[in-house]
Write a protein that binds this ligand. Structure first.
Ligand code: GTP
Ligand code: SPV
Ligand code: MN
Length: 611
């Protein structure tokens, strides 16, 4: 035991003999690996204070008050929004920065052609330079957390060190934080070492570095979302996907929902859509009135990340959601499109980069039909409805605990997870790609997932609306070589006695006037119903070039003002468009040149020969 880890105040006891900092508490673990690692990070970052967090409600309140003193949080109208606060991030720090995100390994081949790579030693030495003394005058928070329901065989412990009180509060909402983590860790060395500093929040000195071999993440210079809440994309996707490949399980960018039919039959469906492309909405969907009256109910297990393994007893795929909260997109979210999300963020929620209205409420584009007359925009500037600027950032988000979700699935906290009957891939495609089709089999489904294309969104910095290949919606999140990732998907099938059926959907096809043809949101239940019936061997489909497709009469349109002809149009595959689609898939194939798994090559040939 060394001095640093024991003392709350690293330099000297504060004059009062009490800590100057909110929630300061003595070191909370006897785990020597943790203590030694925290000591080494304290020596490197040189914080004034080290505060070990325990994840209690009282502590969260103290942290929020501390953040309010520092100007990090603004209290919202507590009558309307109890326990809710607003945070404005630095305008240069509003989304994940994929170009500044690295997989750090001894050889570039381990990271593969789709990741930014840095050699391990080069990365450590570069980042050590940045972290050196970066927390002088600041507090280092020690955040123990578990990803996954407590007791789940796959549940993983992480410890994040951060100088951001915003990150500390968000980690408390997004993970199972506190004593549970020390308990699960015991005396072992098995935890992800997550070191994070805001630094000077300068994109020139921003690096999000993953060291899968060391089970370590170092993130510097960003306080936003996936860049900074290291349990999420860093641990639960990049590090976890690497571990999963070694240990025969999968970490995927997927939602997980339960669908209960009128006769009580429950089907769990996992779906991978790229960032800001509909996972939260699908996972929290409220079925149309007709379906509700019949007795259909959708419940949420997770909205962003799924860990899956093959159950030895049944040979079937099972899944858990490693997260405990939602970091959800706000623009477009409202009482009509996603009432469960609105309820989830009605209390104990952090709002990031939205507008503040005069009555202490929040607003974002699409929250209500009529915007407020005036507000303070997400940058803190006065805003009026006719000023021509956006009130909220396009990637503004809410952080809410999953317990707030009225549609939370009873199994969301179940360490045993749930069985997965269908896997759905989907992209944002204004043209070419039909509403829904089913893969011929697992290998074909993996090919469909691997060649998934989607128009880019504001969830990552860079151009918006450009079609790019986003394999399994995991392009920015695969923690190793994509070649090995695809092989892993093919091999997982061999461990299963029976496998989930694989589907592709596209809610985003537009007409010539640029309007969405399909109503989306709750109405997606109609497509989900066909998917469930197919997965259970009940619904009809015809064989087409791309896979099994429903005829328009196989999709129930009762109560919708959309005709069967329009659905036929949505399902149309135009041969010319599809030829360009196949050509644009080459973008990915060329990157993987020479390294393409043979299944991919054969599937491409079969597709071309079907055309
Ligand atoms: P990440 O959290 O970034 O991984 O995103 P996500 O996949 O959870 O996306 P989310 O459900 O938050 O949706 C992003 C945007 O797409 C929001 O503006 C939604 O309103 C919109 N959206 C979601 N579902 C639909 C749909 O069925 N149709 C249409 N037109 N828009 C949708
Ligand atoms: C995504 O971009 O896919 C997100 C948001 O879920 S973030 O956590 O910022 O990555
Ligand atoms: Mn996501």
């Amino acid at each position: 035991m060394t001095m640093q880890a024991q003392d709350v105040d690293v330099k000297a006891a504060p004059p009062t003999g009490q800590s100057r900092d909110a929630g300061a508490a003595a070191v909370r673990t006897t785990n020597d690996y943790v203590r030694r690692w925290v000591d080494s990070c304290v020596s490197l970052c040189q914080p004034d204070r080290v505060v070990w967090l325990n994840g209690t409600r009282e502590e969260r309140q103290r942290l929020i008050r501390q953040g309010m003193d520092e100007g990090v949080f603004i209290e919202l109208n507590q009558e309307k929004l109890p326990g809710c606060y607003l945070h404005r991030s630095n305008p240069n720090d509003v989304a994940r920065t994929e170009q500044l995100t690295f997989i750090c390994t001894p050889s570039q081949d381990m990271a593969g052609p789709t990741n930014n790579w840095m050699e391990t030693k080069v990365a450590y030495s570069k980042l050590r330079g940045l972290f050196h003394g970066c927390m002088k005058g600041r507090t280092m928070y020690v955040i123990p957390f578990v990803m996954g329901p407590i007791g789940a065989p796959l549940a993983k412990v992480g410890v994040q060190l951060t100088d951001s009180v915003y990150v500390a509060v968000n980690m408390g909402l997004m993970t199972r934080m506190g004593e549970v983590a020390w308990k699960q860790l015991g005396d072992e060395d098995e935890f992800t070492r997550c070191l994070h500093s805001l630094g000077d929040v300068n994109p020139e000195r921003r690096y999000i570095c993953h060291f899968p071999i060391d089970n370590t993440i170092w993130s510097f210079g960003s306080g936003y979302g996936g860049n900074a809440l290291l349990g999420k994309k860093g641990l639960a996707l990049r590090i976890a996907s690497y571990l999963g490949r070694q240990q025969d399980w999968m970490a995927e960018h997927m939602l997980l929902l339960g669908a209960t039919s009128p006769n009580g039959e429950k089907t769990y469906v996992a779906a991978a859509f790229p960032s800001a492309s509909g996972k939260t909405n699908f996972a929290m969907m409220i079925p149309p009135e007709k379906y509700r009256n019949e007795g259909w109910k959708i419940t949420t297990v997770g909205d962003d990340i799924v860990w899956m393994w093959v159950d030895g007893a049944t040979g079937r795929l099972r899944a858990i959601n490693p997260e405990a909260g939602y970091f959800g997109v706000l623009p477009g979210t409202n009482e009509e499109t996603n009432p469960n999300a609105m309820a989830s963020m009605s209390r104990n929620t952090i709002y990031t980069n939205v507008a503040l209205t005069p009555d202490g409420d929040v607003w974002w584009e699409g929250k209500t039909k009529d915007p407020p007359k005036e507000a303070i925009d997400w940058t803190g500037q006065p805003w009026t409805a006719d000023c021509g600027r956006k009130a909220a950032h396009p990637n503004s988000r809410f952080t809410a605990p999953m317990e707030n979700n009225p549609a939370l699935d009873p199994a969301a906290d179940d360490p045993g997870g749930v069985p997965v009957s269908a896997i759905v891939f989907g992209g944002r495609r204004s043209r070419t790609i039909p509403l829904v089709f089913q893969a011929f089999n697992w290998i074909h489904g993996v090919y469909i997932g691997a060649t998934l294309g989607s128009e880019t969104t504001a969830a990552a910095t860079g151009a918006v609306g450009i079609v790019r290949r986003d394999p399994m919606a995991m392009l920015p999140f695969i923690g190793y070589n994509i070649r090995d990732y695809l092989v892993h998907w093919f091999r997982m099938r061999k461990k299963m006695v029976d496998c989930p059926r694989i589907f592709h959907v596209n809610w985003f096809r537009k007409d010539d006037q640029g309007r969405f043809i399909w109503p989306g949101f709750g109405e997606n239940m109609r497509v989900l119903k066909w998917i469930i019936d197919r997965a259970r061997g009940r619904a009809y489909a015809r064989e087409t070039v791309v896979g099994w497709m429903p005829r328009s009469k196989d999709i129930d349109l009762d109560g919708l003002d959309i005709t069967h002809d329009q659905v036929e149009a949505l399902q149309t595959i135009n041969p010319d468009d599809f030829t360009s689609e196949i050509l644009s898939q080459e973008e990915l194939f060329l990157k993987m040149a020479g390294d393409l798994p043979k299944e991919m090559v054969f599937q491409r040939e079969l597709l071309i020969s079907r055309l």
